[in-house]
Design a protein around this ligand. Sequence first.
Ligand code: GAF
Length: 384
Amino acid sequence: MITKDTIVNKFKELYQEEPLVVTSPGRINIIGEHTDYNDGFVLPAAIDKAIYVAVSKRSDDNIVLYAEDYKERHEVKLADIAISEKHWPNYILGVVDQYQKRGATLGGFNLYIDGDVPLGAGLSSSAAVECAVTLALSELFDLQVERLEIPQIAQKAEHTYAGVMCGIMDQFASAFGKEKNVIKLDCRTLGFEYVPLDLKGYEVVLLNTNVKHSLASTAYNTRREQCEQASAWVQEKYPEVKNLRDVTIAMLDELVKDKDADIYAKASFVVRENERVEKSCDALRSGDVVQLGQYIFQSHEGLSKVYEVSCPELDYLVDYVKQFPEVIGARMMGGGFGGCTINIIKEGVLPSILPTLEKEYKQKFDKELSVIQVRIADGTRVLS
Ligand code: GAF
């Protein structure tokens, strides 16, 4: 188990210094997928799987990084930072680059990074790294960054250094997570409210396909471009439309359907998914978890058949659990093409479902299925 002590001890071993330690969590998303980059709504929450970043100042202008997961060191001069061929330093260097672009005065620093957010499982380990580094450098160099700036800096780092044109959901959930609550976020205004996640005797269980998705895969960026194209066509007639958040199915029927059937389908998914977030929030507030589960199943149907960001393993897991009345909702979660399904299951029922599911999954796909239990947790913070 990772604790502040294990991080501090390792840091001292590496750098013979006392560090400042920051943690930032991964996230789940109840509903609202691929809506964030369309200025829509999402319903994520931070979880008790997190990234830990320890930092100290150096007397020279070097940045020295060490990643526990890769047992690798990366060193570069502050003035020379550039996108690295190795993947992992980019989530850190991207944040440094953002600070430099804002004119912040940084110095050289040592950094150590570890975490227990499963990699490639769609739990946003990269957003957690970016948020942790944003706060850590702000504290170390007294940059006085406001909380609302953390996800914004982190998101830009992802765009520029990881090359993924992501929305802001993951970084926002990591920065603003609150124990026992989901966040209803308006991705246009960044206005948000906490909604208590009371599932009335049901629990959230993640089933990991162990299919590694690659968000940078062109598909994610292509979907984003398709959405932008759809709203641009609508905008020609309705200039008040800024993006798909403002679009209705009737507008798509009128202005997109005949131009491009695929773009029409993708855009209509986003419009409907946005509506589902609103309705899911109402269901959650009124304690109607069965209704919430129905929206979650519908979300998967759209993501798989219309938006086409699922994969056979994810579809199989969602279909499989549908036979159990104790599973009231399931869908793929995050960008797609792998990672986890999120399931709403009656408390205590999982052990009776799991053994056969694991066996059949292994037979069908020759891959292990793993269960990830999560608790809703607080967001990015300094560990004192
Ligand atoms: C990924 C992205 F990083 C998010 O911004 C979001 O678009 C999500 O995929 C899909 O909802 O996690």
